[in-house]
Design a protein around this ligand. Structure first.
Ligand SMILES: [Mg+2]
Length: 164
């Protein structure tokens, strides 16, 4: 169980990810969660730092796609603003959802990375699909009530926050 819930890498934030190393390893696509991974939950403001980070991803040659369970209007608006692809109302962690996202970006499990802040949606689903998974700490503690429940389970079942 724990292995299915363990990310390949974990970082404090997306800004600590070694993008060039991942590109050299052959990864070409990034599926990235939105709420609490790149912006605070349900926020719409985009930081300069995030724009620069996305620019860096693009310059390296990555295709980026927002992959969120949140509603279409908001995620699509963000994607347009950030000039990236989007798969809203994703249905993570279901395999069908990840397949749909891979089709959307024309990617495959061997060349695609999943980045997110939640073990039971982003990481578990990514692992089931065979993607390279990266867990980051949530940006803020403000969250959807369902997420709060998941956090409790992350601690209990996945040992998140435990040393080592
Ligand atoms: Mg999230």
């Amino acid at each position: 169980m724990r292995r299915a819930l363990s990310p390949n890498e974990s970082h404090d934030s997306i800004f600590n990810i070694e993008l060039d190393k991942l590109y050299r390893k052959g990864y070409r696509n990034i599926l990235i969660d939105v709420d609490n991974t790149i912006i605070p939950w349900n926020a719409d403001s985009v930081s300069v730092r995030l724009r620069e980070w996305l620019g860096k991803c693009r310059n390296l040659g990555f295709t980026i796609c927002l992959f969120s369970n949140n509603k279409s209007s908001r995620i699509n608006r963000l994607a347009t603003e950030l000039k990236v692809l989007a798969v809203p109302k994703g249905g993570k962690p279901l395999k069908a959802a990840f397949r749909r996202a891979l089709r959307h970006i024309n990617g495959n499990p061997q060349n695609t990375i999943m980045i997110g802040d939640q073990i039971f949606t982003d990481i578990w689903g990514g692992n089931i699909m065979g993607l390279y998974t990266i867990l980051v700490n949530p940006i803020s503690t403000r969250e959807f009530w369902g997420t709060k429940l998941n956090r409790f389970l992350e601690k209990k079942l996945a040992g998140r926050g435990e040393p080592g």
